[in-house]
Design a protein around this ligand. Sequence first.
Ligand SMILES: [Zn+2]
Length: 338
Amino acid sequence: MKLKNIRLLSILLLLLLMLSCNNNKAGKKTKKSSDPTPTNVSIQVPEFNADSAYFFIEKQISFGPRVPESEAHSNCAEWIKENLQRFCSHVSLQEFKARAYNNQILNGKNIIAVFNPNKQPRYLLCAHWDSRPYADHDPDPANHQKPIDGANDGASGTGVLMEVARQLSLNSPSAGVDIVLFDIEDYGPPQDRQAYESTDFWGLGSQFWSRNPHTTHYSANFGILLDMVGAPDAQFPLEGFSMYYAPDIGKKVWEIAGRLGYGDRFVFDNGGYITADHYFINRIARIPTINIIHLDQSSSNGSFFEHWHTINDNMDHIDTNTLKMVGDVVLNVVFKGL
Ligand SMILES: [Zn+2]
């Protein structure tokens, strides 16, 4: 009996011990799941400041049209470079010569800022900073030979990326980022000559860079080009060459935009094929690159925004709401990856 009782007591004690062990385990588990661990820490994405981007656009416009070989062009290049140097310790100017459609030799300057030079993955962010010498789509033919401000066509993408650079100087991402601002994108032949001129007369700065990147054997996981990203109510459908060369990148970036609440602007529609800098980066440098570009099939100006290549592409038609959406999408991609 006694023995039996002792054995029973032992069994009871063992059971209690097991239960308490299990309780401890359960307790530890519960505690562990509420602890911050690397897997459940949410990555903080800095807030894109659209007013700051607006200022960077306004400042570019203040130099006058940034037409290659003009004083405004060289002054603006200097200003962009000096400002990027405030945000980044690896800024370089890539000078080159290019032959235009009219055989003129133009002096170009691609402006390059490299963040986290030794880190992988690497993301390429780009825009063009020059402005078109001809308002050849202006409703008034008297303006066709005049240069444009290019507030949207050129300065908007550059302004957004300068603000991205400022944010990267304040909050370093885990990835490497290369910001490349191309020159001589918009010196293509005027409208009345375009029928018989090659598309290769556009994007002269990106063609040079794609053949001569700023570091040997340069590569990036993917690229994003910003092109006309400042007009009010801009719509960004999926551009054709982006979806031909980099369909997964396009889809994922548009999904991020949707999650940020910008699905009504970043629409999953087919936007048509646009020969811009990303076309040459894809074809020559073979870096899968998409173009976030405002396209509007109902526009009177081809599929481009209303004031494209007119003297009205000025600060009156730049909207901080659009800049904010595009900047948020870019910063989310840079900080969280795809
Ligand atoms: Zn243009």
